[in-house]
Design a protein around this ligand. Structure first.
Ligand SMILES: NC(=O)c1ccc[n+]([C@@H]2O[C@H](COP(=O)([O-])OP(=O)(O)OC[C@H]3O[C@@H](n4cnc5c(N)ncnc54)[C@H](O)[C@@H]3O)[C@@H](O)[C@H]2O)c1
Length: 301
C-alpha cells in the first residue's frame, strides 16, 4: 500500500470518529484504511457485514499507525437504504468515539444498458442505494453534526453525475441526484448559518474495483473505460485530501472533469459526437480486456 503523503507527517492527533459506507471492498475499503492511518477511528460499514468486519480487522492489524498511534476501527452491517439504520450508525459512532467528524457516503451499485433495458428492479436498487442511500447517510450525519456545529459529509458521486452517459443512463441519473442534493444541502447549511459543516462531492472516472470487474466485455459500460482507468488507492488519497480541504465538487482526474463539463454544456454536439466517442471507448475497453488476461489484477501496467 502506498504511504500517506509526507505533508501529513507529524499529525499524530486523534481525529475522532468517521463512518464509511460500502467499505467492505473497492474504494470504500481504501478510504477506510487511509482515514484510519490519518488518525480517525473508523466505523467500517457495509451491507455485507462480514466484509466490513474483515476490513476493520485489517485496519487494526496496521497498528501502530504511520504517525505512532495505533489504527482504530470497528465494523457493523449497514444497509444505506434504511434511514433509521443510518441514524443508528451515526449514534453508535458517537458512542464509541465521542464525536462524528466525517461521514463518507460511498456505497453504490451499477447496472448498465440502454435506459429501456434496465429492469425496474435494477433501476429501483440504483436509486435506493446510490441516491436515497446517500441522502439517508447525509441526513443521519447532519442530525449529529448540526448540534455539534461542525463535521464533513463526503459523497462519492461519479463523472456520470456531471454529464449524461449512454449505456449508463440510469446510474448517471442517480449520480446527478447525488450532486443536486449535495450542493443544495450545502447551500441550506450556509443559509442556516452553519459555517463549519461541509458537504463535498468526489466524482471519479472509471476505477478498477469489483464494480467493473465483470464489465470489461459489456459494450454498454465502455464509457467507464474511455478515460484514465483509476486505481482506487489513488482515488482514496484524493478523498483524504478533500476530507482535509472541503470542496463542493472534485472531478478525478481534473482534465476529465473539464472534458465532461464541456460536453454537458453542449448537449446537442455531444449527442452528435457520441457514436464516434463510443467507438473509441469500445476500442479502449477491448485493449484493457486484452491486457487483463483473465485476472483481476489492475490492468494499468
Ligand atoms: N468503480 C468505478 O468505476 C466507479 C467510478 C465512479 C464512481 N464510483 C462510485 O464509487 C463508489 C464505490 O464503488 P466501488 O467501485 O468501490 O464499487 P464496489 O462494488 O467495489 O463496492 C461497493 C460497495 O458498496 C456496498 N453496497 C452495495 N449496496 C449497499 C447497500 N445497500 N448498503 C451498504 N453498502 C452497500 C457493496 O457491498 C460494496 O462493498 C460507488 O458509489 C460508485 O458508484 C465507482
Amino acid at each position: 500500500m502506498r504511504l500517506l503523503k509526507d505533508r501529513r507527517a507529524g499529525d499524530s492527533v486523534e481525529r475522532g470518529g468517521a463512518v464509511v459506507t460500502g467499505a467492505g471492498q473497492g474504494l470504500g475499503r481504501e478510504i477506510a484504511i487511509r482515514l484510519a492511518l490519518d488518525g480517525f477511528t473508523v466505523h467500517v460499514t457495509d451491507v455485507d457485514g462480514a466484509r466490513a468486519a474483515a476490513v476493520a480487522y485489517e485496519i487494526e492489524q496496521l497498528s501502530p499507525g504511520h504517525y505512532g498511534r495505533p489504527c482504530s476501527a470497528f465494523a457493523s452491517t449497514l444497509d444505506v437504504r434504511d434511514a433509521a439504520a443510518c441514524r443508528a450508525a451515526a449514534a453508535s459512532t458517537v458512542e464509541r468515539t465521542g464525536t462524528l467528524e466525517v461521514w463518507v457516503n460511498n456505497a453504490g451499485v451499477f447496472y448498465t444498458g440502454p435506459v429501456w433495458d434496465v429492469t425496474p428492479e435494477q433501476r429501483q436498487l440504483m436509486f435506493e442505494v446510490n441516491a436515497h442511500g446517500t441522502i439517508n447517510g447525509s441526513l443521519a450525519a447532519l442530525e449529529t453534526m448540526r448540534p455539534a456545529t461542525h463535521g464533513h459529509v463526503v459523497n462519492i458521486a461519479s463523472l456520470a453525475g456531471l454529464v449524461g452517459v449512454p449505456g449508463e443512463g440510469l446510474y448517471s441519473a442517480t449520480k446527478h441526484a447525488v450532486l443536486g442534493f449535495s450542493i443544495s444541502a450545502l447551500g441550506d447549511l450556509r443559509a442556516a448559518g452553519f459555517r463549519h459543516i461541509n458537504i463535498s462531492c468526489v466524482c471519479p472516472d472509471g476505477m478498477w474495483t469489483p464494480m467493473l470487474y465483470d464489465k470489461l466485455e459489456d459494450p454498454h459500460a465502455s464509457l467507464s473505460f474511455s478515460g484514465a482507468l483509476l486505481k482506487p488507492e489513488d482515488v482514496a488519497e484524493r478523498v483524504l485530501d478533500v476530507v482535509h480541504k472541503p470542496r463542493a465538487v472534485t472531478a478525478l482526474p481534473a482534465w476529465r472533469g473539464v472534458q465532461v463539463r464541456l460536453l454537458d454544456q453542449l448537449p446537442g454536439l455531444s449527442v452528435r459526437l457520441m457514436p464516434a466517442i463510443l467507438q473509441i471507448s469500445r476500442w479502449q475497453q477491448a485493449a484493457i480486456a486484452r491486457r487483463r488476461h483473465g485476472t483481476t489484477a489492475p490492468p494499468h501496467s
